[in-house]
Design a protein around this ligand. Sequence first.
Ligand code: COA
Ligand code: ZN
Length: 296
Amino acid sequence: MKKIELYEVGPRDGFQMVDEYIPLETKTRIVEGLLEAGLRHVQITSFVSPKAIPQMRDAGELAAQVVGKYPDADLFALVPNLRGAEAAWEAGLRSVSYVVSLSESHNKANIRRTHEESFAGLHAILDAFPEMDICLDLSTTFGCPFEGMKSEDDVVPFLEPYVGLGVETVNLCDTIGIANPAQVRRIIEAVWTAYPALDLQVHIHDTRNMGMVNTLAAIELGVDKVQSTLGGLGGCPFAPGASGNLATEDLAFMLSEMGYEVGIDFDRMVELARWQAAAIPTGLFSGHQFRIPVTN
Ligand code: COA
Ligand code: ZN
């Protein structure tokens, strides 16, 4: 049975979209619930400026609640810069997602950095933390709210210096949920042709109900690490129109019905998704809200 590793990113991608502060206790309960339902990879938070995302201001406190308690788990966090990586390291995390957008306009809107500055930022993290496990989160891989659609001709050359720098894992993110399966196949095939050793993940938003087909397209090409969020919560506050992610419980259901091994307790996940929806009413199922026009 082929194993697919589920990377749960709801406590970061989902919670960052909720305006009202979610109490630390609620966040902790959800992270622990995810781990207890069998998830091994959980992005618990992000170490970002509290001015940019006030919801994440308790990142260090949340890490203190769970790091060490689940020694077998791969707990990781999103960071936009060296400062974030330092805070993650201090909090006991050894794995981070470094976010850069393929589209420079989204990079500027999201993290206020040019491509050059973002590249230098990763260089600095690699120098400072050679033992940190770093995944390059390539935001807007498939399309951008400001620049329109993206293709393999954008992605492959963009990655070249990063691969040269030693990046081994890249997470292809459909930040606004604009991808289609044919494009997913083209981009993954082209990336693997250019960089056969690269470990790829996908992170697909479900704006147009295509999260499942796009994720499956990636899996059928050989991608075995996929991101999703409990209850489908998710989005980027700096990408107009970005809405929910593919729901982890739905993805897990489909994959296990298809004969893949996902290693989670489906009933516990559904129960947790229900509990989350009641505990975080403002963020309830942010998916499927938008049908945004994105032009070429
Ligand atoms: N964690 C906490 N605080 C941070 C930080 C980090 N990783 N990086 C910077 N800061 C603080 C600085 O100390 C400074 O604080 P001060 O105003 O109290 O002195 C403030 O944030 C601004 O710092 P600066 O380096 O000038 O950053 P900026 O204003 O150019 O913003 C980012 C750049 C990257 C810090 C900010 O845009 C950000 O955190 N973006 C994250 C966006 C995000 O999470 N998007 C969704 C996920 S894809
Ligand atoms: Zn996302």
